[in-house]
Design a protein around this ligand. Structure first.
Ligand code: FES
Length: 212
């Protein structure tokens, strides 16, 4: 786990052999034209951090809710390709995870299996984590299990600059780990300093969530 975050600035662009392997030989990549009728859970997410997009298609056993097949396509970078490839292996190995097990997979788990990612590439593994969650919700929506859908609604933190908790999350993922850096990116609290304690708390929360 020593290099999971590759915090050493000298090694900040270090890629492990596992990352390179999954980048050059992506597993479960959707090469062919997609026939969406073959899948019963579809997820899609775009990254506000870099503008990249990821789509995933899953075939889920309706009885056991195990993931039998997980295919994906992305316009994202090498780290997104390696992360999604690894996630596709993790959720389908050993007869496949159940949807509830898959929901517990965190970006850190994917990075640990990859042997780490450069810190500024963390948001790429978050991208596949979010697409997986979107597909899980899609399965529950199609099967009318609405109580199992988990939606992360965004909340406005600063009504003046209209900055939300998701904006702060993206800033932290992009490496803004202090209030000053988050302010530079988002302008949060500049006309409304009363919200800064809440912003600081969120920075701590997201740092812990993704880098802790
Ligand atoms: S830079 Fe966009 S997904 Fe990695």
């Amino acid at each position: 786990m020593s290099d999971v975050s590759s915090r050493d600035k000298k090694q900040s662009w270090f890629y492990t052999d596992i990352v390179k392997d999954h980048f050059f030989n992506p597993r479960n990549f959707m090469h062919e034209e997609v026939d969406e009728t073959q899948y019963n859970a579809i997820g899609k997410v775009g990254s506000p951090a870099c503008g990249d997009e990821l789509r995933v298609w899953m075939r889920v056993d309706p009885q056991t809710e195990r993931i039998l097949d997980f295919r994906w396509k992305t316009f994202g970078c090498g780290s997104a390709i390696a992360s999604t490839s690894m996630a596709s292996v993790m959720v389908t190995e050993n007869r496949g995870m159940t949807l509830e097990e898959a929901r517990k997979v965190k970006p850190q788990d994917i990075m640990a299996r990859l042997g780490g990612l450069p810190e500024r590439k963390f948001h790429c593994s978050v991208l596949c984590d979010k697409a997986l969650r979107d597909a899980i919700n899609d399965f529950y929506r199609r099967s009318d299990q609405f109580d199992k859908i988990v939606v992360e609604a965004s909340r406005i933190i600063d009504p003046v600059s209209k900055v939300t908790d998701h904006d702060i999350e993206e800033a932290v993922l992009e490496g803004a780990h202090t209030i000053e850096l988050v302010q530079q990116r988002t302008k949060v609290g500049i006309g409304n300093p009363g919200c800064l304690p809440a912003v600081e708390e969120l920075i701590r929360f997201y740092k812990e969530k993704y880098f802790g």
